[in-house]
Design a protein around this ligand. Structure first.
Ligand code: MN
Length: 178
C-alpha cells in the first residue's frame, strides 16, 4: 500500500498552498444574521483554503485568511461552529495579523484568546469557536483538525454567541450580543 503523505508550504500573505487546494469565499451576505449591523453584501470577509488531499484522512489542515474590516463597530469574523463530533478539538497556528478566538461552551460560557503571529491556540472539544480580526491587516492562520470532526454551524447560529467583539475607542471590547 502507498504511503499517502503530503507536504505543502503556505504563503503567509495570501494563504495559498503550494499544492492543489480548494477555496471557499465568504462575503457579508454569506454571514447574514451574524453581524449586528448591515454591511455591503458583496464585501469579502474571509477565505478558507483546504488541500484537496484531505478526503478520507484522519487529520488535515485549512488556512483561513480573515480580512481587516468592520460591520458597524463589529470586527470582521468567521461564522463560528461547534464540531459535530463532541470529542474533537482543533489547533490554530497564526502566521500573521492580530485577532481573537471567541470560544463558547454549550452552557454559554465565553472566553477569548489572543491570536498573534507565531501564536498557537488550542480549541477544546464541545466548544464553539469563531475568529475575529481586530487588527489593521489580514489575519492568516492554519487550523489543524480531524476532517471527520464535522462542522455544526446550526447549534451556535440558533443560540448565537452571547458576546460580540466591537471597536470601542480604538480598541477591541467584548459586549453582550443582546
Ligand atoms: Mn473547527
Amino acid at each position: 500500500m502507498d504511503i499517502k503523505a503530503f507536504a505543502h508550504t503556505i504563503d503567509p500573505e495570501t494563504g495559498a498552498l503550494s499544492g492543489p487546494f480548494r477555496e471557499t469565499r465568504r462575503t457579508i451576505a454569506d454571514l447574514k444574521g451574524h453581524f449586528a449591523a448591515e454591511g455591503a453584501p458583496e464585501t469579502l470577509v474571509y477565505i478558507v483554503l483546504e488541500p484537496v488531499e484531505q478526503q478520507n484522512r484522519d487529520m488535515t489542515y485549512a488556512v483561513t485568511v480573515l480580512m481587516p474590516g468592520k460591520v458597524g463597530a463589529e470586527y470582521f469574523m468567521t461564522k463560528g461552529h461547534f464540531h459535530k463530533r463532541n470529542d474533537a478539538g482543533e489547533v490554530y497556528y497564526c502566521l500573521r495579523g492580530n485577532g481573537l478566538v471567541l470560544l463558547q461552551s454549550r452552557l454559554g460560557i465565553v472566553e477569548t484568546i489572543e491570536m498573534r503571529p507565531n501564536g498557537v491556540v488550542y480549541v477544546p472539544p464541545a466548544t464553539a469557536h469563531r475568529t475575529v480580526n481586530t487588527g489593521a491587516e489580514r489575519l492568516v492562520f492554519v487550523a489543524f483538525y480531524s476532517p471527520d470532526a464535522g462542522h455544526d454551524y446550526d447549534s451556535i447560529a440558533k443560540s448565537g454567541f452571547v458576546k460580540r467583539v466591537v471597536e470601542n475607542e480604538g480598541r477591541p471590547a467584548l459586549v453582550d450580543a443582546g
